[in-house]
Design a protein around this ligand. Sequence first.
Ligand code: IPE
Ligand code: IPE
Ligand code: MG
Length: 257
Amino acid sequence: MSIFKSATLDLPEVRRIPLHIAIIMDGNGRWARKRFLPRAAGHVKGVETVRKVVRAAIEEGVEYLTLFAFSSENWRRPEREVSQLMALFSSALDKEVAKLGRNGVRLRVIGDLTRFAPELRARIQKAEEQTASATREACRLHLTIAANYGGRWDMLQAMNRLGAERVDAVGQWTEMDLEPYLSMHFAPDPDLFIRTGGEKRISNFLLWQMAYTEFYFTDLLWPEFDAQSLKEAIVSYQQRERRFGRTSEQLAGTPAE
Ligand code: IPE
Ligand code: IPE
Ligand code: MG
């Protein structure tokens, strides 16, 4: 059972600094096109932003950072771009893993990894194991990369596994029964969702987990996003009133009329 409170079954604790931030890193292609560069150059630049944002998240005291790197629908892109993205993911894993571990960052990759090349899957597994053992004593940040991830896929894989294991209870499953099978079972629900690149949509990201997440959209393209931009998103979050269904008066503790 999750140690975190469900936004629908319970009232989660609200802190000044979001415990979990989830980001759709969008706009790499447009950033490159504006500079007459190939889209791949935007993705390369985007990896630099990931580094910056990971560092900034640690400094801000964020404990869970989940980044959407490749959606289940991104396979629809030209083959060349897909293979460039895979190569970039693979080389970033190679280059960054030791540093992540040293800095107390535990890496996880969520999504349907069965579609990835066996070498990439092996690399992912190794990276997860390496950072898990490096952060056993002290973990400062849980960094999760969503790759070939889709919110609908996530819910379905969870339901299918629950169905197979708990066939006795069909018709009586609860949220708490499903929770352990979802990809993000180890983390609280995101407090804050950020999407760069100007689009105002969820693009099949964490559908189940974002039931009560605060949304923040910025026109900045992902390669332009930095520590200051993250701060601004957090400041915007701090101005929200997270009611979880209650009234403002209830939150303020003023008596009902
Ligand atoms: C986000 O940038 C990165 C991935 C989806 C992999 P895009 O590649 O979607 O950039 P735009 O939206 O075309 O500018
Ligand atoms: C969403 O970005 C997925 C990632 C950032 C990995 P897209 O650029 O693929 O989203 P849509 O297609 O514009 O919704
Ligand atoms: Mg895009």
